[in-house]
Write a protein that binds this ligand. Structure first.
Ligand SMILES: [Zn+2]
Ligand SMILES: [Zn+2]
Length: 329
């Protein structure tokens, strides 16, 4: 029977309707898998190619060769050198397109991904996120830093070379403000962080847990918007990703990799986005928000009902997705 479920942290409603799907296994696209080469001469991010001319804002090297580089995004929608002055003409409000957009070139090899690179490489990627996060926090005028990764054409990536992106904006969008406000209300009512309570309850009920490590819990949220939505929550309460410790990074690297391997095994030709949800700059010590990673496989496309109502229909119950993912290693 279909049911409405509410996400405790965001108050968003979804419909879990397994009857709409014939089976809980998916292929993101019925297409032959493309085998990528280790080096691609047309790829700007491969060693020796065009992006090497761009000065890196952060790099890790070994024996004279770079292993990871963070460079400004050449095709950024936002520019770092203009000042974010607000202007209002009648009802029309605008701010100059100020912001910072960077690309993390995660490895030299064109054909790797988080699921297939060495775990030390994944650790390096997470470390670069933290380095840039801390650095961008110091820049005046920025309010929100979004770290994300797009994998596959259905997830919006135009380049196959393994990379993540970081975009810092002078604006916190309304939906995110609302989510933080919901978390604040929960904290006002109960004296507790809603995400800490979610972790406690998920571990107690143990129906949607994919894996648990020393510092992280990986699970399918009770009100998953789409099949195989996966959250990675740190057990230690911190509102901002900036506070991730070295020990947590060392644990997160194999955890993130393991979660993605399970997803790749469960979904043929997986396309996904993941993003780090972290409190806005300036709110990074609040007790009511709890940073985390959300992995969103791109299996279904939101249609008229989702876009019109904001209520997502998910055909794979998260309990079923968790059971499948637990069996994938
Ligand atoms: Zn490449
Ligand atoms: Zn918490």
């Amino acid at each position: 029977m279909p049911e409405f479920r509410q996400n405790l942290a965001t108050k968003e409603w979804v419909i879990i309707a397994p009857e709409r799907a014939k089976r809980p296994s998916y292929s993101s696209r019925k297409k032959k898998k493309i085998i990528l080469p280790e080096y691609e001469k047309c790829c700007p991010f491969c060693p020796g190619n065009s992006s090497e001319k761009d000065p890196a804002v952060f790099a890790v090297s070994e024996a004279g060769r770079w292993l990871l580089r963070v460079v400004p995004n050449k095709y950024a929608a936002l520019l770092p050198e203009i000042s974010p002055i607000r202007k209002r003409i009648a009802n029309f409000l605008k701010v100059e397109g100020f912001g910072v957009a960077e690309v993390v070139i995660e490895t030299r090899e064109h054909n790797l991904t988080i699921a297939t690179m060495d775990v030390s490489g994944v650790r390096r990627v997470i470390l670069s996120y933290k380095e840039r996060y801390e650095e961008l926090m110091k820049k005046e005028g920025l309010d929100l830093i979004t770290v994300f990764r797009n994998y596959g054409p259905l997830a919006g990536t135009s380049l196959a070379h393994p990379h993540s992106q970081i975009i810092a904006t002078p604006i916190v969008p309304l939906w995110f403000r609302n989510q933080i406000e919901e978390a604040r209300r929960y904290c006002d009512d109960t004296g507790r962080c809603v995400y800490c309570d979610i972790i406690e309850n998920e571990l107690k009920f143990n129906e949607r847990i994919v894996m648990e490590t020393e510092h992280f819990v990986v699970f399918e949220p009770y009100a998953s918007k789409s099949p195989y939505e996966t959250w990675i929550l740190p057990k230690l309460h911190n509102s901002s990703f900036r506070y991730i410790s070295d020990r947590e990074i060392s644990d997160l690297a194999p955890t993130l990799q393991n979660a993605l391997i399970r997803l790749h095994n469960a979904v043929d030709n997986l396309n996904y986005n993941y993003f780090i949800r972290s409190a806005p700059i300036g709110d990074d010590t609040v007790e009511h928000y709890h940073w985390h990673i959300q992995i969103q496989p791109r299996i279904t496309t939101p249609a008229g009902f989702e876009l019109g109502s904001g209520i997502y229909i998910n055909t794979t119950p998260p309990e079923e997705a968790a059971r499948i993912l637990r069996g994938q290693m």
